[in-house]
Design a protein around this ligand. Sequence first.
Ligand SMILES: Nc1ncnc2c1ncn2[C@@H]1O[C@H](COP(=O)(O)OP(=O)(O)O)[C@@H](O)[C@H]1O
Ligand SMILES: [Mg+2]
Length: 305
Amino acid sequence: MAPPVVTSIDVSSLPLIARGKVRDLYEVNDSTLLFSTTDRISAYDVVMENGIPFKGAVLTQLTAHWFSVLKEKIPDLKTHFITLDPPAGLTPAETELVRGRSMQVRKYKVFPIEAIVRGYITGSAWKEYETKGTVHGIPQLAGLKQCAAFPGGALYTPSTKAEMGAHDENISPEQAAKIVGDKYAGRIEKLALDLYKTGAEYARARGIIIADVKFEFGLDEATDEIVLIDEVLTPDSSRFWPAGKYETGRDQESFDKQYLRNWLTKEGLKAKEGVEVPQDIADATSSKYKEVFRMLTGKSLEEVL
Ligand SMILES: Nc1ncnc2c1ncn2[C@@H]1O[C@H](COP(=O)(O)OP(=O)(O)O)[C@@H](O)[C@H]1O
Ligand SMILES: [Mg+2]
């Protein structure tokens, strides 16, 4: 039986730190957060009224899977992950509510940029290239086709991390360095590129092209180390394309919010507030999230829950 769809995680036993578009964050203690993921879905920066079955569990379990894959391939990688176990001190109902969709993580000072890496030219990068021949202000070779791989390898194309309600803005690596400081900028860029390459290779062997991805990093102030935080290589933070259907010169099918975006556009509801997603669209989206989980981990979601 499908678990109930959860659009708000209410845990009165712990102090609430923040509600993002998708996650509700609680404080477990001074150094630990309960990073809990609802089934909320946003498209065009607006959160829908209802959730997507299993979405919070897919994002959480997939991120945990990636942490273990990436740590194996990049041994000195530091992540915020502690455990998938719910913290002690919750009521039995709260424990059931957060189980499977939450992890305990170390709390860090977050670098206020989105470390985006693009392997393929699509989305806002394609739009900029079509009109100006640049991507995040970086000149590109002429004649690239839509969704082509960048011929010189993946690009680091950071954006600002906007405050609640505002839109992220594309910036150059130089502007990103001003925000995070020269001391950390180069390390963040290198780590983001390494993580993308490692993840993309792993996914490609499993039939998925990772077109682009957004990472977030924190600073461990005690050791001055850069730490991989947030969600990692999920359908919410990356573009996943089925490799078998990939072809340049057009848009690709994708594993994420395509159904939802198509439906919103068709109904004239793009970027409108207060939208209720019909059950068939919610279920189709849920199936895509679960399918990508199975392809990347080799297991069904039910097997790991
Ligand atoms: N280890 C961490 N320490 C502190 N903050 C974190 C950590 N990991 C992630 N975050 C923050 O938690 C929030 C996650 O909630 P989410 O709903 O994804 O937010 P958003 O709407 O900004 O995407 C983000 O603001 C992210 O920067
Ligand atoms: Mg987020």
